[in-house]
Design a protein around this ligand. Structure first.
Ligand code: SAH
Length: 344
């Protein structure tokens, strides 16, 4: 059966047409799903009985099941472990801010990028998520919370640009007025840097924020922690970033996970500032989350602050990421892994 969440409005209208039904039914159904949060055709009271029957026979509204839910005592961050129709597990995290609810969602089951500090990639990639599976994480979280989600970050498990077509479809779908109508400026896509797809994304002319997982000021250091650096040099990556800025006029975020003694010295901060000079960007420093499978250690607070000061003194706007939900394993892939380990 096809997942109706994988359909755009146009696709559902075509489906209706193929059944000899009027196109306006498609909009009614989407209104139930995306506005009213109703995930059962039988409850769509403005549809004819016969149509409900044929919907039930041929389409499914594939909402994941909540396997587990953790609420941080520190900051109300909620972490969901969700199970998909085929039993695969994914994680999503809702963060509550004064400006609204933000959700961090996954784009793949596992990941094949192999970054050394990341828990999502340890067992490799199982499969891509469909656009409907990506959006369903938001639908489920909204329905559990009973609150609207207004910001999305594609920073959960998986590499969004390694699942490019589905992610692109998701970006259009989630922004569409007939769907969740979330503004592109409220969406951030984080990538380890798949250069041709960054260029492609720039050509889509969307207003989303691009975040680049840079994590190093030169190829030598980057290659030691991120295999993708063997494929694309930092210079190629920054070329694509510049193209993105020129096309979209959007400020790029560079994520930089600070690892003690590895990439967190003043020398690296200076090198980074030279690299980014003149580009419309800002740097988000992330004290690395220590994961038990790896021996990377978090930078010392003193070094984190020095790193930030150095970048700022060279004119690079810099923030230090607030560590949210650290009491509930809210970092990428940690929850799914610990669950799979426990149950195998
Ligand atoms: N694959 C995408 C998005 C997922 S990861 C990407 O690489 O950007 C989201 C961010 O968390 C990335 O910047 C990633 O490098 C970072 N990250 C992964 N593991 C981390 C850890 N243990 N500590 C801090 N940041 C981590």
């Amino acid at each position: 059966m096809q997942n109706i969440l994988d359909f755009t409005l146009e696709e559902l209208q075509l489906w209706m047409k193929s059944k000899g039904q009027p196109a306006f039914r498609a909009k009614q159904i989407f209104d139930w799903i995306y506005n009213k949060g109703i995930f059962d055709f039988n409850k769509m009271t403005n549809l004819p009985k016969a149509m409900i029957e044929s919907l039930n026979e041929e389409l499914i509204i594939n909402i994941p099941q909540v396997v587990d839910k953790f609420i941080s005592k520190q900051d109300d961050t909620i972490k969901f472990l969700m199970s998909l129709h085929d039993g695969n597990l994914i994680e999503s995290v809702v963060m509550k801010y004064s400006h609204g609810n933000s959700i961090c969602i996954s784009t793949q089951i596992g990941c094949r990028m192999g970054c050394k500090f990341c828990a999502s990639t340890i067992d490799g990639m199982v499969r891509n998520l469909s656009s409907g599976e990506i959006i369903s994480q938001i639908l489920l979280a909204q329905s559990v919370l009973g609150e609207r989600i207004s910001n999305i970050v594609l920073m959960g498990s998986g590499e969004p640009l390694d699942n490019y077509e589905n992610v692109k479809k998701f970006l259009y779908l989630v922004n569409a007025p007939y769907s969740l109508n979330i503004g592109q400026r409220h969406i951030t896509l984080s990538t380890c840097g798949i250069v041709p797809n960054i260029v492609d994304l720039a050509n889509e002319d969307m207003q989303i924020t691009l975040a680049i997982s840079l994590h190093a000021p030169n190829d030598f250091i980057r290659k030691q922690s991120m295999p993708i650096a063997n494929k694309y040099s930092i210079s190629e990556l920054l070329g694509a970033c510049k193209y993105y800025v020129d096309k979209t006029n959007r400020r790029i975020t560079f994520e930089y996970a600070l690892i003690n003694g590895f990439n967190d010295g003043i020398k690296e901060a200076e090198e980074l500032s030279k690299l980014l000079k003149g580009l419309l960007c800002h740097v988000n420093l992330i004290p690395v989350n220590e994961i038990k499978e790896r021996d990377f250690k978090k930078s010392k607070l003193e070094n984190i602050n020095k790193f930030k000061e150095c970048l700022e003194s060279k004119g690079i706007p810099t923030t230090i990421r607030r560590e949210m939900g650290s009491d509930i394993n809210a970092a990428c892939g940690q929850l799914r892994r610990s669950y799979i380990e426990k149950n195998s």
